[in-house]
Design a protein. Structure first.
Length: 489
């Protein structure tokens, strides 16, 4: 009897142990195996740890292209100069304005070849890339995933956001990308970068979104997606793709020496730019006509602003929209069309998005009271530098290239005045060079007419008939004022 009881006990014990082992195995499968096995159950996965990126790469890669360019340049310089040394590194954002100083050694011209990436957005052959990939190119070649090569032409480019649109011949067989919603992107999401780093075509790298809304000092519209997906020289212009296979960014910049830190232009910002480039070949942005700055703690206390939201108006430009509407210096802009404004960068982006001639409502805080003004938006002058076509070199009068003298440029040049036109380049063997015009010269007057903007400059030149003299009253750093006379041909 005892032996029988012992046998039954041992059998029950063995059954209990076996059941426990089966339960543990099932739990392990549910917790660890099931999610991995089903990672592609949804379109390209919603799991936190994708098993594979193969399906995504196979779907998107055919629409990603390799772009090679040839441009004629003087002297040396790093091939990949478009990559930033750091968000606030030693790279001078105005270096391109002033890289030909008087006295610099003149070097021979040579052909520079460079590589970049892009992606096809429709079967008509339109391709999105970075402006710095194709700017000033004499030749542009596009190579598809199939190996076929095409000559490309520039439809339009926007240096302010570093976006360009080029085109190859239409073909119904082209693979195209789907554009996603970068606003819906969350920090920590998986993303994939596809491009041609160092000329290695159709390289796929994966990582996550490290941050959004990054400001890296490249311009007034900085709003970058930061990612640790490997981005290198040659990736520029290629797509940053979410796990649905949608393009949510344009890979644009890295920090030199910073591993795992890359930046992409959000596709939602790019969509409007691409649309304008496609329709008009240039980008037109709204202009309010004010100098602005963020509100610090002291200003917030002085003006009785609890949350520091709003933008301080440090200057109102005479005759511009804000001035005509009645906005004044020391006003604090707190709303645009009812939308609260928190920072100067946010205000700049919002105003830039309005159409020229559109009337908007600007709410300001003045003497502790809210006032609302109807402002008719004008065209931002920096869009005059946006151009289309090859070779994208505008022939300036007398071979002189100019830009508006902004407060930032004036600060870098150690100048008190913030009005005028600064010479950003002088063409070799031009009349401007022969008569002694130099980079960094500030043009204050032309034929006794005050020059405050590029518009003033162009109008003054236009008034002079062929064969007549143009007298430029110029201020030169460390040399004072001088007059240079040129003859209009």
């Amino acid at each position: 009897m005892m032996n029988n009881i012992t046998f039954k006990y041992n059998a029950t014990k063995r059954t209990a142990i076996a059941a426990a082992m089966i339960t543990t195995a099932l739990a392990f499968a549910i917790l660890f195996v099931y999610p991995t096995a089903n990672v592609w159950a949804k379109p390209w996965g919603q799991s936190t740890v994708p098993e594979s990126f193969s399906a995504l790469a196979e779907a998107v890669s055919p629409a990603v292209v390799n772009i090679s360019t040839v441009k004629t340049i003087k002297g040396g310089g790093p091939v990949f100069r478009h990559f930033f040394q750091g968000p606030r590194g030693n790279q001078d954002p105005f270096k391109d304005f002033f890289d030909n100083f008087p006295g610099n050694e003149q070097q021979r011209e040579f052909k520079q070849r460079s590589l970049g990436s892009g992606f096809i957005i429709d079967k008509k052959g339109y391709i999105v890339t970075n402006n710095h990939v194709i700017a000033d190119a004499d030749e542009i070649k596009v190579k598809l995933n199939s190996g076929k090569e095409y000559d490309a032409k520039i439809i339009g480019r926007d240096p302010s956001t570093d976006i360009a649109l080029i085109k190859i011949k239409a073909n119904s067989s082209y693979s195209v990308v789907n554009l996603g919603d970068s606003d819906a992107l969350k920090v920590g999401e998986w993303v994939v970068a596809i491009g041609s780093p160092f000329g290695l075509e159709h390289t796929v790298t994966a990582g996550i979104v490290s941050a959004k809304g990054r400001v890296i000092g490249s311009g007034p519209y900085d709003d970058f997606i930061q990612t640790d997906a490997s981005i290198n020289p040659g990736n520029s212009g290629g797509p940053l793709v979410n796990m649905k296979g949608e393009v949510i960014g344009i890979n644009t910049a890295i920090i030199a020496g910073g591993q795992g830190i890359g930046f992409a232009v959000p596709i939602n910002m790019a969509k409007g730019v691409i649309k304008q480039l496609k329709e008009k070949g240039e980008v037109t942005r709204g202009w309010l006509g004010v100098g602005i700055q963020d509100i610090n703690d002291e200003m917030a206390e002085y003006y009785g602003i609890k949350d520091k939201n709003g933008v301080f108006v440090s200057e109102v430009f005479p005759g511009d929209p804000a001035d005509e509407a009645g906005i004044k210096t020391k006003d604090i802009i707190i709303k645009v069309n009812g939308q609260k404004i928190e920072t100067s960068r946010e205000l700049t982006r919002i105003i830039a998005g309005f159409h020229v001639g559109e009337v908007i409502k600007i709410t300001v805080l003045r003497d502790g009271k809210e006032k609302t003004f109807n402002v008719k938006i004008a065209k931002r002058e920096d869009t005059k530098n946006v151009s289309s076509g090859i070779p994208n070199k505008k022939q300036e009068a007398f071979g002189i290239q100019v830009s508006n003298l902004t407060p930032e440029i004036a600060r870098r040049l150690k100048l008190r005045e913030t009005k005028g036109v600064v010479v950003t380049g002088v063409q070799e063997n031009s009349e401007g060079e022969d008569k002694g015009v130099q980079t960094r010269d500030i043009i204050k007057e032309i034929n006794h007419q005050s020059i405050n903007t590029i518009t003033d400059y162009e109008n003054a030149i236009r008034k002079v008939k062929k064969g007549n003299t143009v007298a430029m009253f110029i201020k030169r750093a460390n040399s004072g004022f001088l007059v240079i006379k040129l003859t209009k041909d």
